[in-house]
Design a protein around this ligand. Structure first.
Ligand code: ATP
Length: 453
């Protein structure tokens, strides 16, 4: 698709996200805050479905994984040991003309000369390192001793708690720790909607193993993660695997794959899968003076485990789900009029609302009562939306726009007005095909659960 068309598509997605309650600007009534976003009623469901499914796949369905939930603020010593205090920075330049600040490696260029994207000026300072960690103070005194950082990644808690988790879970190598949580980076130029934010969520695994298994396990995790994306509705063909060459990886990493998605604004990173060797545990051993080795009972060997880290972004994956799902198609309505149908074709397990339930008419108490009873019965099992306002076609369109895979309509057949054969059956309408089928109310729940599991 041409660049303009892609930009237009992105604008439509952003506008739908606001209109339908997926994403709002943080602090909007005060003019917003650059790099911060709020998820509305639909966005929070989408994000929660993603996180819950990741947790199910990474933790509940596996014998070799356990979870944890670490604090956002940790002892500053953690960030000294990990190298973040020293090196977690991006190169920054100032424009001397308009005083704006930019990431040196993302500046636009003309005739190979970088220029300021704000005013076009070419009078830029030399790049200097800007540390991306947000600072605060723990306690009432703002001294250097009390300085703390908001974590820029969730990973470090899993290294720092390695020994406690090993001892309490009694896992044997290879095994992993999984965590989902907020991370904060004071990005110089937040951009591309929620893609590069200053506050975001990560879903990370630290998978500990023997040194000799590290490379093979990196390839194993690449395959696992590709399967995961497929199972949430992002096909392999849409993901580019970037095998980071020697010299471009972090110096301690023996292999790194970046998984990139074809966003409307360009192919960009969704997840990194890095074989980090024994770098992290060794650094924490060195700095804390505490032993973090693993003891193999059978072989009577003591060693520092190596680690493979699949690190994914919740917000970036949520955005990829929205971009992948967004579709517009021309349809013909009952009166033969052509119109554009906007539809989010989410995988049913990711869709914020699983089922819409409607009475055909809102002024017929028997229909309303029956429809409400069906909604009440479904609610404990899946996110269900009851709607009686407007023509039935309009109600379907509203559900299409938020990606609801199924809609159920209660009509006169349901309440037995057209004979006993169709009594207690409803119309089940499918979002993608718009096909309708008749299904007994008693089978509804099992039918829907099979599709959304
Ligand atoms: P980038 O190069 O895009 O800045 P990164 O390589 O620094 O990303 P990692 O440190 O590998 O990112 O972080 C792991 C994951 O966390 C990323 O793949 C991404 O999904 C997510 N992530 C990182 N930074 C941000 C951000 N500023 N906003 C949203 N998600 C982020």
């Amino acid at each position: 698709m041409a660049k303009d068309a892609q930009q237009h598509r992105m604008e439509k997605i952003v506008s739908l996200c606001k209109r339908r309650g997926f994403v709002f600007q943080s602090s909007e009534i005060y003019g917003g805050l650059n790099g911060f976003w709020d998820y509305g009623p639909m966005g929070v469901e989408l994000k929660r479905n993603l996180k819950d499914y990741w947790w199910r796949r990474m933790v509940h369905e596996r014998e070799d994984m356990v979870g944890m939930d670490g604090s956002i603020i940790m002892n500053r010593a953690v960030w000294r040991a990990s190298g973040h205090e020293e090196t977690f920075s991006d190169p920054m330049v100032d424009c001397k003309t308009c005083k704006s600040r930019h990431r040196a490696d993302q500046l636009p260029r003309k005739d190979d000369v970088p220029y300021c994207p704000n005013c076009g000026g070419r009078d830029l300072t030399e790049p200097r390192a800007f540390n991306l960690m947000f600072k605060s103070h723990a306690g009432p005194v703002e001294t250097d001793e009390n300085l703390v950082y908001l974590r820029p990644e969730t990973a470090q808690a899993m290294f720092v708690q390695f020994k406690n988790i090993l001892e309490t879970s009694r896992k044997k190598l290879p095994f992993g720790i999984a965590q989902i949580g907020k991370a904060f980076r004071n990005e110089i130029n937040p951009r591309n909607y929620t893609f590069r934010s200053r506050e975001f969520e990560q879903m990370e695994v630290e998978y500990f193993c023997r040194a000799e298994d590290g490379l093979a396990l990196t390839d194993y995790w690449l395959e696992e993660r590709l399967k995961f994306y497929e199972d949430i509705g992002i096909p392999r063909a849409k993901i580019r695997i970037n095998d980071i060459p020697d010299g471009e990886r972090a110096f301690y990493s023996k292999k790194t794959y970046d998984l990139e998605y074809d966003f409307p604004f360009g192919v960009s990173e969704l997840e990194g899968i890095a074989y980090r060797t024994d770098y992290d545990l060794s650094k924490h051993m060195e700095h804390s003076g505490k032993p973090l080795e693993y003891f193999d009972e059978e072989k009577k060997e003591k060693f520092v485990p190596h680690v493979v880290e699949p690190s994914a972004g919740v917000d970036r994956t949520t955005l990829a789900l929205l971009c992948e799902a967004f579709d517009e198609e021309e349809v013909t309505d009952d009166k033969g009029q052509k119109e554009v149908r906007t539809v989010l074709r989410f995988h049913p397990r990711m869709a914020p609302v699983k089922c819409g339930v409607f009475p055909l008419l809102k002024n017929k108490p028997a229909l309303v009562e029956k429809a409400r009873a069906i909604a009440v019965a479904l609610r404990p099992h899946m996110m269900t939306f009851y709607d009686e306002a407007g023509a039935i076609g309009r109600r379907y369109r509203r559900q299409d726009e938020i990606g609801t895979p199924f809609c159920v309509t209660v009509d006169f057949d349901t309440i037995g007005e057209n004979g006993p054969e169709k009594q207690d059956t409803v119309t089940l309408r499918h979002r993608d095909s718009m096909q309708q089928e008749r299904i007994p109310v008693t089978e509804l729940r099992a039918h829907l659960e099979a599709a959304i599991f």
